[in-house]
Design a protein around this ligand. Structure first.
Ligand code: AMP
Length: 192
């Protein structure tokens, strides 16, 4: 399975991406996790990304695209991947398309997680308290939602035009949302 997961911060992408990667026995590639690990290890990439992350801004496309292309070349991605948090801009989506077309392994679906803004704010406040994520601090949350609306939401149309978009109601118990996703993917998957 080659899948991208789109949705605002707090939509549950990370939780579902782990479960989907397990279900499809493929790699779970979460760009936010990779950046956080680089920040924790003090790598050059981490130092370059940190100021953007702390402000709730996107890390520049050049850095993100290079990192993801390297990651997709690793052997575990041969079995497919669930991309969580990438692409977040049209330029990232185009870079991904180019790479996958070159490899002859196009995306199979783009999942769009639908959650109301009230529910997002409630979840993000809970996550800030539980995980001490600097970018879940209250003043940063609204900014991240704005960045999503401006930079990432256009990808919903981008994938709809390509016949890849699968919308999912992401409110409900974790297992119920996973079942909904799997059912929706079954109905929408591009024939091999
Ligand atoms: P996440 O855990 O996916 O919410 O990502 C945390 C932060 O990492 C984001 O707010 C961005 O600063 C950065 N980040 C993760 N993925 C991307 C991406 N595809 N493009 C730009 N920045 C990203």
């Amino acid at each position: 399975m080659r899948l991208v997961v789109l949705g605002p911060p707090g939509a549950g992408k990370g939780t579902q991406a782990v479960r989907l990667a397990e279900h499809f026995a493929c790699a779970d590639v979460a760009t936010g996790d990779i950046f956080r690990a680089n920040v924790a290890e003090g790598t050059e990439l981490g130092r370059a990304a940190q100021e953007f992350m702390d402000r709730g801004d996107l890390v520049p496309d050049g850095l993100v695209i290079a990192m993801v292309m390297d990651r997709l070349a690793e052997s575990d991605c041969q079995a497919g991947f669930v991309l969580d948090g990438f692409p977040r801009t049209v330029a990232q989506a185009e870079a991904l398309d180019r790479r996958l077309v070159d490899l002859g392994t196009p995306l199979e679906a783009a999942l769009s997680f639908e959650v109301t803004e009230d529910e997002l704010l409630r979840r993000l406040a809970g996550r800030a308290a539980a995980q001490h994520r600097a970018d879940d601090a209250e003043q940063t949350i609204r900014h991240r939602l704005e960045v999503f609306a401006i930079k990432t939401a256009p990808l919903i149309d981008y994938y709809a035009h390509r016949g890849l978009l699968v919308n999912v109601d992401a409110i409900g118990p974790i297992e119920v949302v996973t079942k909904r996703i799997l059912a929706a993917l079954d109905g929408n998957r591009r024939p091999a």
